[in-house]
Write a protein that binds this ligand. Structure first.
Ligand SMILES: Nc1ncnc2c1ncn2[C@@H]1O[C@H](COP(=O)(O)OP(=O)(O)OP(=O)(O)O)[C@@H](O)[C@H]1O
Ligand SMILES: [Mg+2]
Length: 267
């Protein structure tokens, strides 16, 4: 019973400093992520969002504080956490299909060659890249590389997806298609997601909860906002829902007027 209600990930009092006498980039960052929940973090450039995501991924260590997942301390990367980086981080010597296959095989070592290939193609289709499967990253545009990174993370079906501005480099049409696909996957599989975005509309569409960061240095969580809109949100009609503009205005107002002046957590 206890296990069912415990959060999937628990983040306690994270602080990060580069150098003992340097000011903290951020401090007292505490929140939890429940299984099946979609959490977005929003804040201005430099407040430490990528650093926080890297700590959740186990790629970086906090100066103080800790992260646990499923009750275990996160101290290193793990296949149960799939990461989409702000930059694409692909293996340059491998083709698109090989980059994705590498991740699928790492996650499922016993999977047959045919099944790996099928899984790879399924996720390359999702991001509309099946025609580029034999190309190398250097032959792709920035948006295409980012889409390979997205296919790679999704293809491993991780317990937790950690995504750092995954759709930033994409054109509006592709972005919409992948947002829809992400919503579909989340509804179908109960995927848990932590995602950083600068896009307020994207956050309202995707997130169940939004973590608003004050500006750095010494950034804090200024506010955690529950998304009051029903979960079956649809991109093309979400703006007709009552409450949409109230939430949107609240977020824009925070980013424009309040993020600089907020130093105390109020959640
Ligand atoms: N290795 C490092 N040494 C010193 N300072 C660093 C290092 N890595 C990051 N920083 C600083 O930490 C702060 C937070 O960086 P981070 O990349 O986490 O911000 P961010 O919120 O993701 O920004 P953006 O929205 O631009 O991606 C920045 O001021 C950055 O200069
Ligand atoms: Mg960043």
């Amino acid at each position: 019973m206890q296990n069912n209600i415990a959060p999937l990930m628990d983040v306690q009092h994270l602080e990060k400093r580069y150098g003992a006498s340097a000011p903290a980039i951020f401090s007292d960052i505490s929140f939890s992520i429940n299984r099946g929940e979609f959490v977005c973090m929003i804040g201005h450039s430099g407040c430490g969002k990528s650093t926080i995501l890297n700590i959740l991924a186990g790629l970086e260590r906090p100066t103080t504080g800790h992260v646990s997942m499923n009750g275990h301390h996160v101290t290193r990367p793990g296949l149960e956490r799939g990461v989409v980086f702000q930059g694409h981080a692909l293996m340059p010597w491998l083709t698109v299909a090989q980059n994705v296959a590498l991740a699928v095989r790492a996650r499922s070592p016993g999977m047959s060659k045919t099944d790996v290939h099928q899984q790879v193609l399924h996720y390359l289709n999702m991001v509309n890249l099946h025609d580029a499967q034999h190309k190398r990253p250097s032959e792709l545009s920035g948006g295409m590389r980012q889409r390979v990174g997205i296919a790679r993370a999704f293809s491993t079906t991780p317990d937790m997806l950690l995504m750092d501005e995954p759709f930033g480099a994409l054109d509006a049409l592709t972005r919409g298609v992948i947002q829809d696909e992400l919503l579909r996957i989340c509804a179908k599989t109960g995927q848990t997601v932590f995602m950083i975005t600068h896009d307020v509309d994207e956050a309202i569409l995707l997130a169940d909860r939004l973590i608003l960061m004050s500006n750095g240095p010494q950034a804090r969580i200024a506010e955690i906002v529950e998304n009051p809109l029903p979960r079956n949100r649809v991109r093309t009609s979400i703006h007709h829902l009552s409450g949409f503009y109230d939430l949107r205005n609240h977020l824009v107002d925070f980013l424009v007027h309040r993020s600089a002046g907020t130093r105390q957590a109020s959640h």
